[in-house]
Design a binder for this molecule. Structure first.
Ligand code: ATP
Length: 235
């Protein structure tokens, strides 16, 4: 039998003020899986991640994390269950250096990465330890943003366009990092515009359109579904 989902989103609706943005998003992620949310700009991918971590104004429906219903919970309580989110803008504290950024996040679960483990994963960060957030390259900022959530002990990661604006060699490094985390049993939901990257890291893909999940494609069926994808995404 299939394992129980780590994350099960059902008929999720979300609003920004009066603006009704999600219209019944349904998808599930199994423990240890990497799934992507693919879709055109404005489809509702970012809002789906924000809803899961509890930072949109109003949500209805169901978001179960390891069997716990989180729809009525505040974001801090959701984070304590072991879910972490890296926003598209990465959220690095510009006035703090790398070391200070790494020290900030509270441990929400046991098993958070030590600073040594972070350096093993991202050797570049060791060399940049005393550098201020503003002085980091885009790639270093993304690594620091991922490193920070690993410090918390969260084992379910929500990543919003981690490759955006990064050089190919850095994108490869992020890809290797995600593969390694998957190997260690992390569950990952990824919003991605970089189709090749999505294909290189994910088990399955959910297609988001106008605030709904309209299809699911297994990674090994992507190439066979090229025409469908072209219609959905224009790729
Ligand atoms: P993108 O890649 O462009 O971010 P997306 O699929 O992630 O696309 P969302 O950012 O979730 O899409 O946006 C979904 C819809 O909600 C869009 O119509 C967008 O304009 C709207 N929206 C997003 N953020 C807000 C906000 N803070 N207030 C009001 N409307 C918003």
């Amino acid at each position: 039998a299939d394992p129980a989902p780590q994350l099960a989103v059902e008929n999720l609706h979300a609003w920004y003020g009066e603006s009704h943005v999600l219209h019944g998003v349904t998808f599930a992620v199994k423990p240890g899986e990497v799934v992507t949310l693919l879709g055109r700009n404005g489809a509702g991918k970012t809002t789906t991640l924000k809803s899961i971590i509890g930072i949109v104004g109003r949500r209805t429906g169901s978001i179960a994390f390891a069997g716990t219903e989180t729809i009525g919970m505040v974001s801090r309580a959701i984070a304590r269950l072991g879910i972490a989110y890296v926003p598209e803008e990465r959220g690095i504290y510009a006035s703090l250096n790398v070391e200070e950024n790494l020290m900030l996040p509270p441990q929400v679960r046991p098993g958070g990465f030590t600073v040594e483990q972070i350096f093993e994963l991202f050797p570049n960060l060791r060399e940049r330890l005393a550098s201020q957030g503003t002085k980091l390259s885009g790639g270093e900022q993304q690594m620091l943003a991922i490193a920070r959530i690993l410090r918390t002990g969260a084992r379910t990661l929500l990543l919003d366009e981690p490759t955006e604006g990064l050089a190919p060699v850095i994108i490869q490094q992020i890809g290797r990092t995600l593969a390694r985390l998957k190997q260690e049993g992390f569950t990952i939901v990824l919003v991605e515009q970089n189709f090749r990257f999505a294909q290189s890291v994910a088990d399955r893909h959910y297609i988001v359109e106008q605030g709904r999940v309209i299809d699911m494609i297994a990674n090994d069926e992507l190439d066979a579904n090229h025409d469908k994808l072209q219609t959905y995404l224009g790729v």
